[in-house]
Design a protein around this ligand. Structure first.
Ligand SMILES: Cc1cc2nc3c(=O)[nH]c(=O)nc-3n(C[C@H](O)[C@H](O)[C@H](O)COP(=O)(O)OP(=O)(O)OC[C@H]3O[C@@H](n4cnc5c(N)ncnc54)[C@H](O)[C@@H]3O)c2cc1C
Length: 941
C-alpha cells in the first residue's frame, strides 16, 4: 500500500462522507496535527476522522476496505514506536467516544468507550474502592483503546498485570468488516473468522507453546499464548497488543482490582543502574506493586529544571529503585516497608515520609522519557529503542552488555523503567542529522535486538512494536512464529487495511523518520532561541509528542485552550506539529499560511507550556515569532494597533480621562470596539482621574532601604490604587520607594502581538534605565506579573543575555518575593480570611508562585488556588473572535472556584487581566496582593 499524498485525501474524504461519516477533516492543518505521535516517525495521514458511535466506526472500516485505504486507530497518540500514525485514515477515538458506561462494583468490572482517558476511569472507579490495574506513565492522557492497542503496562503492572490480563470482553470491528463481541472461550461468537482462528491455533500449538508467554513483558508480536486451549482461547486478551492491526475496538469490558487501602514507597540507592538491576530478584519476594529503576542522570536533569527545588533528597547512590508496597493494613504495610529498607543491602534507603514527596518522586519517574530526552549530546535524545525487556533475573547482566553496546556505537543514554518486570526505558542520542545517522540508527537497533533476544527478552516490553521494532521481530521469533502472525493477520485483515506496516509486513525501522530541517531559519528571527542553537526550527522540534498538554483532569494550567475544547488543534502538541511542518518548509504559504494562523489563533500565550511541558515547549514565544514574521511590513489586525499599542493610547487618554471614559462607554463605544478589533461584549476599562505617577509625585517618600517600584502601564493608568497600596506596604516593610524618572514600559503588549521590533526598542529603553539601580543591588519590584515576568524571561530572548539584561533580571522581584525576604517583616495576621487565589499564568510559569503562597500561609490566609488560567490572558480574551473560548477557559476552574467560595471570600489576583475577567464574568472585585496586605495592615494598625 502506498503513502497517501494530499491529492489522495479528497476521494477518501468524499467516500467517507458518502457513507454518512460526519467528523471528517482532510485539511492540511489537521493532517499535520496527526502526522506524528510520541515517536520519531512522521506519516502524514490523508484524513482524520472523529467517530461518534460504533456504527460510524464500522462505516469507516467498510469505506477503507472498499477504497483500499489504510486505517489507523488512535487514542491519546502517546505511542513511542510510531504505532498510532498512518498514511490513510486516522480514527481519533478520544474526542467523542469517551464515555464510561458502567462500573459494577459487585463484579469489579467497567464498561467503557475506547476513548476514555485512564485517569478519568480511575477517578470513577476509586469511588467504589476500585482501580484499573495497569497504569502507564501517561495515565493522565492515554486512552483505554490505546492501552489495549499497545497492551500497555506501566509501573503497577508488576502488581496487577498488563492490559491484556485485565480485559474481559471487547466489541470490535475486524478488518473483514465483522462486528464481534469477543471474550474467553465460552463467550466467542460463531463467526467464520473465529472458527478459522481456532483451527489455525490448533495447527500451531507447538510453536505457540514454545515461543509465547515466556515472561510477563513479552509484548512484541501477537500474544498468541492467550489463544491456547489451556488458557481458554481468550480472544479479547489476544487482541490486546495487536496495535489496531487486526481489529478496531469500539467498547471494552475491563476487570477492575481493589485499590489497596494503604501504600508505602521505599527508595533504595545503588552504585549504578546495573547494580540496582542486580538487586531486583532479591526485592521481588517482598510482594511489591511496583519496582522501578532510575538513573542518577535523570534526577540531575530534573533538579536543573523549573521544578528542581521539589526534587526530594535521595539516598546515597548513582541509581535508585522505587519500591511500592500495598495492603489493607497501614501498620502491616509500614512494617514491610521498614523491613525492605533494612534487608535490601542497598547503599542507603528509606521509606518515603509524605505523600507529597512520593508524588514528587513518581513525577520524576513518569517524566523520565522527556527528562532523559534532554540528555542528548547532539540535540534531544531520541526514542526508537526505549522499552526492551528481559526476564528480570537477567536484567543486571543485560544492562552491562547493553551499556557496552552503546559505547561500541558511540551512543549514550540513561536507563530507567519497570525493573521489577525487566523492562528498561532509555532515550539514546542517535546522530540522525549526521550523513551516517540512519545507518547508525538501523545498525544499533539490529544489534540491540540481537542482544535482547540472546537474553530471552522482547524487543518491546510495553510500548508495542509500531514502526520502530516490527522489522526486528525476526531476531526474537522463528520463521514459523512469524508465519503464524501473517496467517492471523490474513484472517482478520486480509486486505491489509488496518495499521499496515506494523507487526506483519513491517515498514523499515528507518523509514518515515521525523527529522528537523531548518529551512525557515533563513528568515531573520525575532527572538534569539538561545537554548535551541538560535534556531526556531530546533525550538519547535522540542515537542516530542508526550502529550502532557492533553491533560485535563490534573492540576496545572497547561494547556488552557485544550482543556476548554478537547481538540488536538488547541493543544501545545497540535500547534507544535503544525509549526514543525512550517519549520521544515512543507506548508505552502510559510509564515503566512492559513494553517499556522488557525493553529495559533486560540493560543492564550499563557506560557504554562514553557514550564509544565517536560520539554519546555514555549508556545507563547513561537506565537509571537509567527505574528512577527507574518505581519512584517504588512497591515496588521486592528487589535494589534489598539491592544498592542495600549501603553501609548492610555498615556494619551489619561490627559482627559473623564472625556475618554464618557466616549468609550457611550454610543460610540461599539464602533470604537469594532475598529479596535475588540469583542463587543468587553467593556473598556474606566480610567482614573489621577495616575499613579501623579499620586507618587506628591507622595512624601519614607526613609529606608532603597527599592525601585516598576510602574507598569496598567498600574499607572488604570489601577493606581494597586501602586498606592504597594507603596504603603513596602514603606511599612522598611523600604524607601522610588520610581523611574520617566514613564517606561516593558513592551509586553508588543510582544504578545508579535511586534517584536517595537518591543525590542521599548524594552531596551527600560533595561537601560534599570541597569544602574540593578547593578547597584537595588531590588526592583514589579506589580503586574506579566511585566515582571518579561524582565525575568523574554527580555533575554529579545535583547540577548547582555550584562544589563542579566542584572535587571536578577534584581526584578515580585512583591511577595521582596517582602518574604525582608528582614523582620511580618505579614498582618489574617487568620479566618479565605482567599480564592488566581495566580497570573506568567507569574506561575516564569516567576513561580511559591513566595506568594508562603506569604499567605504566614498570614494565616486560607488560600484556595485556582488551578487554571482566567481565560482573558492579556489582549487574548479581549480580541474579537476569542470571547467564547475565553469564557470556556474561565469556566474550567476560575468560575467554579468562585461559585463554590463563601461569600466572604476575597478574590486575590495580581494580574490586571485576571481581575478584569473576574469582574466581567463573575461580577466580583478582585484585589491585588498589595491591596490585601495594605487593607489588612490598616485594619490591624
Ligand atoms: C512519556 C511516556 C511515558 C510512557 N510510559 C508508558 C508506560 O509506563 N507504560 C506503557 O505501557 N506505555 C507507556 N507509554 C506508551 C503509551 O503512552 C501507552 O502505550 C498508552 O497506553 C497509549 O495510549 P494512547 O491512548 O496514547 O494510544 P495511541 O498511541 O493513540 O494508540 C496506541 C495503539 O493502540 C491503537 N489503538 C488506539 N485506539 C484503538 C482502538 N480503539 N482500537 C484498536 N486499536 C486502537 C493504535 O492504533 C496504536 O497502535 C509512554 C509514552 C510516553 C510518551
Amino acid at each position: 500500500m502506498t503513502i497517501m499524498t494530499s491529492a489522495a485525501s479528497v476521494p477518501i474524504a468524499a467516500a467517507l462522507r458518502r457513507a454518512g461519516v460526519v467528523g471528517v477533516d482532510e485539511s492540511l492543518r489537521r493532517r499535520a496535527e496527526y502526522s506524528s505521535d510520541a515517536s520519531l516517525y512522521r506519516v502524514m495521514p490523508a484524513v482524520v476522522v472523529f467517530p461518534r458511535d460504533p456504527d460510524e466506526v464500522a462505516a469507516v472500516v467498510d469505506t477503507c476496505r472498499s477504497e483500499r485505504v489504510p486505517l489507523t486507530a488512535r487514542g491519546g497518540g502517546t505511542s513511542i514506536a510510531g504505532n498510532s500514525v498512518g498514511p490513510g485514515v486516522v480514527l481519533d477515538f478520544s474526542r467523542y467516544l469517551n464515555q464510561i458506561h458502567d462500573i459494577d462494583a459487585a463484579s469489579a468490572t467497567a464498561v467503557v468507550d475506547p476513548g476514555v482517558v485512564l485517569d478519568d476511569l480511575q477517578v470513577k472507579a476509586a469511588a467504589h474502592g476500585l482501580r484499573f490495574g495497569p497504569e502507564p506513565s501517561t495515565h493522565s492522557r492515554c486512552t483505554i483503546g490505546g492501552m489495549i492497542g499497545n497492551n500497555a503496562c506501566g509501573a503497577r503492572a508488576l502488581g496487577y498485570g498488563r492490559t491484556a490480563d485485565n480485559v474481559t470482553e471487547l466489541d470490535v470491528v475486524t478488518g473483514t468488516g465483522d462486528r464481534l463481541r469477543v471474550g474467553t472461550n465460552g463467550a466467542q461468537p460463531s463467526m467464520p473468522v473465529v472458527s478459522e482462528l481456532e483451527r489455525l491455533v490448533r495447527s500451531r500449538l507447538g510453536v505457540i507453546r514454545q515461543e509465547f508467554g515466556m515472561f510477563a513483558r513479552q509484548v512484541s508480536g501477537y500474544s498468541l499464548e492467550h489463544l491456547l486451549p489451556e488458557r481458554g482461547f481468550h480472544l479479547a486478551a489476544a487482541l490486546a497488543g495487536t496495535e489496531g492491526t487486526l481489529a478496531v475496538v469500539c467498547q471494552a469490558t475491563l476487570r477492575l482490582v481493589r485499590a489497596p487501602a494503604a501504600t508505602a514507597l521505599v527508595v533504595l540507592g545503588y552504585s549504578d543502574i546495573a547494580a540496582a538491576a542486580d538487586a531486583v530478584p532479591s526485592l521481588l519476594p517482598s510482594r511489591l506493586i511496583a519496582l522501578e529503576g532510575l538513573d542518577e542522570r535523570i534526577v540531575r536533569i530534573a533538579k536543573r529544571g523549573p521544578g528542581g527545588a521539589a526534587v526530594p533528597e535521595l539516598p546515597r547512590g548513582g541509581a535508585w529503585v522505587l519500591a511500592e508496597l500495598g495492603g489493607d493494613d497501614r501498620a502491616e504495610v509500614g512494617a514491610r516497608a521498614d523491613a525492605l529498607v533494612r534487608e535490601a543491602g542497598a547503599l542507603g534507603g528509606r521509606v518515603v515520609a509524605s505523600a507529597a514527596e512520593a508524588t514528587a518522586l513518581w513525577r520524576i519517574r513518569e517524566d523520565g522519557a522527556a527528562l532523559s530526552a534532554r540528555l542528548g549530546r547532539h540535540g534531544p535524545a531520541l526514542s526508537g529503542w526505549e522499552d526492551a525487556a528481559v526476564p528480570p533475573e537477567r536484567l543486571g547482566a543485560y544492562l552491562r552488555e547493553f551499556e557496552a553496546l552503546m559505547t561500541q556505537w558511540d551512543l549514550t543514554g540513561a536507563p530507567y523503567g519497570h525493573f521489577g518486570d525487566g523492562c528498561v526505558h532509555i532515550r539514546i542520542d542517535f546522530p540522525l542529522s549526521r550523513p551516517d545517522g540512519r545507518a547508525v540508527f538501523r545498525g544499533f537497533l539490529t544489534d540491540a535486538a540481537r542482544l535482547v533476544a540472546s537474553y530471552g527478552g522482547s524487543v518491546s516490553g510495553e510500548h508495542g512494536d509500531g514502526r520502530a521494532r516490527s522489522e526486528l521481530l525476526p531476531m526474537m521469533y522463528s520463521a514459523q512464529a512469524l508465519d503464524t502472525f501473517a496467517a492471523v493477520k490474513g484472517l482478520f485483515d486480509p486486505l491489509d487495511v488496518l495499521n499496515p506496516g506494523v507487526i506483519v509486513r513491517p515498514r523499515p525501522v528507518d523509514a518515515d523518520l521525523r527529522l528537523a530541517s531548518a529551512s525557515i531559519d533563513r528568515d531573520r528571527a525575532g527572538l534569539r532561541y538561545a537554548d535551541d542553537g538560535g534556531e526556531f526550527s530546533a525550538a519547535v522540534h522540542r515537542c516530542i509528542g508526550v502529550g502532557k498538554c492533553r491533560v485535563t483532569a490534573a492540576s496545572g494550567v497547561m494547556c488552557p485552550s485544550f482543556r476548554a475544547t478537547r481538540d488536538e488543534k488547541d493543544s501545545t502538541r497540535g500547534r507544535a506539529r503544525v509549526l514543525q511542518e512550517l519549520a521544515n518548509g512543507s506548508l505552502p504559504g510559510g509564515w503566512r499560511s492559513a494553517e499556522v494562523a488557525e493553529a495559533l489563533d486560540l493560543c492564550l500565550s499563557c506560557k504554562a507550556c514553557s514550564t509544565e511541558c517536560p520539554m519546555g515547549v514555549d508556545m507563547a514565544s513561537y506565537k509571537a515569532e509567527v505574528l512577527y514574521q507574518r505581519y512584517r511590513r504588512r497591515l496588521r489586525p486592528g487589535a494589534h494597533y489598539s491592544l498592542g499599542w495600549l501603553p501609548v493610547w492610555v498615556r494619551l487618554a489619561s490627559r482627559s480621562p473623564q472625556l475618554v471614559n464618557r466616549v468609550l462607554s457611550g454610543p460610540l463605544a461599539p464602533a470604537a470596539k469594532r475598529i479596535a478589533g475588540v469583542d463587543g461584549r468587553r467593556p473598556f476599562p474606566a480610567l482614573p482621574t489621577r495616575t499613579f505617577r501623579q499620586w507618587f509625585a506628591r507622595h512624601q517618600a519614607a526613609a529606608g532601604a532603597p527599592l525601585l517600584l516598576w510602574v507598569d502601564t496598567f498600574t499607572n493608568h488604570i489601577t493606581p490604587q494597586v501602586g498606592v497600596a504597594a507603596v504603603a506596604v513596602l514603606e511599612a516593610a522598611g523600604f524607601r520607594v522610588t520610581i523611574t524618572e520617566r514613564p517606561l514600559c516593558c513592551g509586553l503588549t508588543w510582544v504578545s502581538t508579535g511586534q517584536l521590533g517595537t518591543a525590542r526598542k521599548v524594552l531596551a529603553r527600560s533595561v537601560a534605565a534599570l541597569e544602574v539601580p540593578a547593578k547597584a543591588g537595588v531590588p526592583i519590584v514589579g506589580l503586574e506579573p506579566s511585566c515582571t515576568a518579561l524582565f525575568r524571561g523574554d527580555a533575554a530572548e529579545l535583547l540577548g543575555r547582555t550584562p544589563a539584561v542579566e542584572a535587571v533580571a536578577k534584581s526584578v522581584r515580585t512583591l511577595a518575593e521582596v517582602l518574604t525576604s525582608a528582614d523582620g517583616w511580618q505579614p498582618p495576621a489574617m487568620a479566618g480570611t479565605t482567599a480564592i487565589v488566581q495566580p497570573h499564568c506568567h507569574h506561575r510559569a516564569v516567576l513561580g508562585y511559591s513566595a506568594d503562597l508562603a506569604l499567605l500561609a504566614r498570614a494565616g490566609v486560607d488560600a484556595r488556588v485556582v488551578e487554571g488560567c482566567c481565560g482573558l490572558a492579556g489582549n487574548f480574551g479581549a480580541e474579537r473572535g476569542h470571547y467564547d473560548l475565553s469564557v470556556a477557559v474561565a469556566s474550567n476552574a476560575l468560575l467554579p472556584a468562585l461559585a463554590g467560595a463563601p461569600s466572604s471570600a476575597i478574590m486575590l489576583a495580581d494580574g490586571f487581566s485576571c481581575r478584569t475577567q473576574v469582574d466581567h464574568l463573575a461580577h466580583r472585585t478582585g484585589i491585588h496582593l498589595a491591596e490585601l496586605l495594605a487593607a489588612s495592615a490598616s485594619d490591624h494598625g
